[in-house]
Unconditional design. Structure first.
Length: 201
């Protein structure tokens, strides 16, 4: 089983990450779900449910004008898969999206990667999980791989939400990445705005 909670939490809570991560790596090593209320949501719900809650809240608000508590996990369904295979697939898609977003400004250098690799190597994770994260960190930025993971409109919203909360989204490169990703995912502007609003809560 792909352990997205352990990967995200271990990276986020590493005491050295905030001191060593540069602007490019901050989204992954220091900023991943760190702001925008993400810490409390992770502790309360877990990474997948926290991201799913943001996307679900935005989806409902955009579609029906309904305000859902973003700190509640979405119900079983398109935003919250039930089978282990579906959970693994979505977990990998969300981690891939986070890592890709963290690469957006092109400033994750070799030293930063080495520090992240060392931290991951010391984590209590399966060899398969470590290999997945190592591969994603080592590969060039590939937005198309992120987009291909969005096999449903709901997952597209979750992938965008994961990308948004993984970075500050303040640099021109990050903003351009998010704009291009939203376009490639086919997300309507209203939903994008609601995802940003839900992520800020």
């Amino acid at each position: 089983m792909f352990d997205i909670d352990k990967i995200v939490t271990a990276l986020r809570t590493d005491p050295n990450a905030q001191r060593t991560a540069g602007a490019g790596a901050a989204g992954l090593a220091a900023g991943m779900l760190f702001g925008r209320g993400g810490v409390g949501r992770i502790a309360k719900l877990g990474a997948m449910a926290a991201i799913g809650g943001i996307a679900y809240n935005a989806w409902q608000k955009n579609r029906q004008g309904q305000q859902i508590d973003p700190e509640q996990a979405p119900p079983p369904g398109p935003f919250m898969p039930q089978s282990e295979t579906e959970k693994d697939d979505l977990g990998k898609a969300l981690v891939r999206a986070m890592i890709s977003a963290a690469k957006a400004d092109g400033r994750i250098d070799a030293d930063e990667k080495a520090r992240i690799f060392a931290r991951l190597d010391g984590m209590d994770l399966s060899a398969q999980d470590k290999a997945f994260v190592f591969d994603e960190l080592s590969s060039p930025l590939d937005m198309e791989a992120v987009v291909r993971s969005a096999d449903t409109p709901e997952h597209a919203a979750e992938i965008y939400a994961a990308s948004l909360v993984a970075i500050d989204g303040q640099s021109p490169a990050e903003l351009a990445y998010l704009e291009a990703l939203a376009h490639r995912l086919g997300l309507p502007q209203g939903l994008i705005s609601e995802i940003h609003a839900a992520a800020q809560k």
